[in-house]
Design a protein around this ligand. Structure first.
Ligand code: BGC
Length: 361
């Protein structure tokens, strides 16, 4: 069967032939992969800047935003049935008995850094025809969501951010008003995060560089959020347009933008960082003013990466809600679907919001 693999030492990405997986045993499930979404992480791996093949392998099979159909079950699987639609989680625990996070099945908080990630770090991914996966790494998705289920994984990043925001803000021991959220960036993580927040009833503003009359800005407005363009509103003028911000959801991966935006944060506000910045020239920022504000206004900064089962489940719920309320806008986040053969090319190209590789239809 075919798989899309990156060969970091040869600086090559190509379709290779790999053996089919054996029959599932125990808690294993055999999956027929339907679609795999492509994100910035995949493109960094395809540019040989990130990611690691499994130990002892010269290549890494890509793909971590997968949707698949269950086709065969090991004898001990009781929670899934043949024909179910599933999305796999990405990160697998380290084996260190002293890692409290992995021991508690919260490898998204792994303390050793020895975790693996399917399609990213030391474990093959899902850009192939058939895969074996343990049942506890699979999230069942209602079949009505089939055409948008590739969005579950990228939306799980926003869902974990929501869980983190709620956990951190339990420090404020009073009934919260309707929170105002500023999303930085209108890429897939920003767009999906904004969709989840807008349908949850938060006052959601997306700040990005595309002009106010661009298709992306229209998409944001269709989601029920407000769009602010960097062309019209310099970062320091955001609060004068929106009022003070309770939570900033950073999905732009540019450190200078993220920290400059803290000046829009309300007292007790929270900055959640999800982007992994590329190396850049050091930026001149008024760090003493930023720090003074953070201290005097009791503000918090939290970084978040990856997502646990609970965030994937929340992601499925939010996607269902969004598909009920704004189906056209959610489908519009998917800019392109390409056949399997085109995957290496699409990984090398500049992209739309969310490109998806069709493995089986
Ligand atoms: C994935 C996460 C992963 C992160 C870092 C992201 O693209 O969605 O699951 O933890 O990359 O490797």
């Amino acid at each position: 069967m075919r798989a899309v693999a990156v060969f970091p030492h040869q600086h090559d990405i190509r379709i290779i032939d790999v053996p089919e997986p054996p029959r599932p045993t125990g808690h294993q499930v055999l999956l027929r992969v339907l679609e795999v979404g492509i994100c910035g992480t995949d493109r960094d791996i395809a540019a040989f800047e990130y990611g690691d093949p499994p130990i002892g392998s010269d290549h890494l099979i890509l793909g971590h935003e997968a949707v698949a159909e269950v086709i065969q079950l090991g004898d001990d699987v009781t929670t899934l049935r043949v024909g179910d639609l599933v999305v796999p989680t990405v990160r697998r625990p380290c084996s260190d008995p002293n890692c409290p996070a992995c021991q508690a099945h919260r490898q998204d908080f792994c303390t050793t850094g020895e975790f693996t990630e399917r399609g990213i770090k030391h474990a093959h991914g899902y850009l192939t025809e058939l895969v074996l996966e343990d049942d506890h790494n699979l999230i069942a998705v209602p079949t009505q969501l089939t055409d948008v289920a590739a969005l579950v994984e990228p939306l799980s990043i926003g869902a974990k951010a929501v869980e983190q925001a709620q956990a951190v803000q339990t420090r404020l021991p009073w009934e919260r008003q309707r929170a105002r959220i500023l999303v930085l960036g209108a890429g897939p993580i920003g767009m999906l995060g904004a969709a989840a927040m807008a349908v949850s009833g938060y006052d959601t503003i997306v700040y990005s560089r595309e002009p106010g009359d661009s298709p992306r800005a229209d998409r944001v407005r269709e989601l029920g959020a407000t769009y602010l363009s960097t062309e019209q509103t310099p970062i320091d003028k955001i609060p004068s347009v929106t009022g003070p911000i309770d939570v900033i959801y950073e999905a732009v991966g540019i450190a200078s933008v993220a920290f400059a935006a803290t000046e829009a944060l309300a007292p007790n506000g929270l900055l959640i960082l999800t982007g992994i910045p590329a190396p850049a020239e050091p930026a001149a920022l008024p760090l003493d003013r930023i720090m003074k504000n953070i201290v005097l206004k009791n503000q918090a900064i939290v970084g978040t990466v990856n997502a646990a089962r609970s965030a994937f489940e929340l992601s499925v719920q939010k996607l269902e809600q969004a598909m009920y309320l704004v189906p056209h806008s959610i489908r519009g986040i998917i800019t392109k679907r390409v056949p399997f053969d085109a995957a290496p090319e699409v990984l090398r190209q500049p992209h739309g919001v969310k490109d998806i590789v069709r493995v089986h239809s």
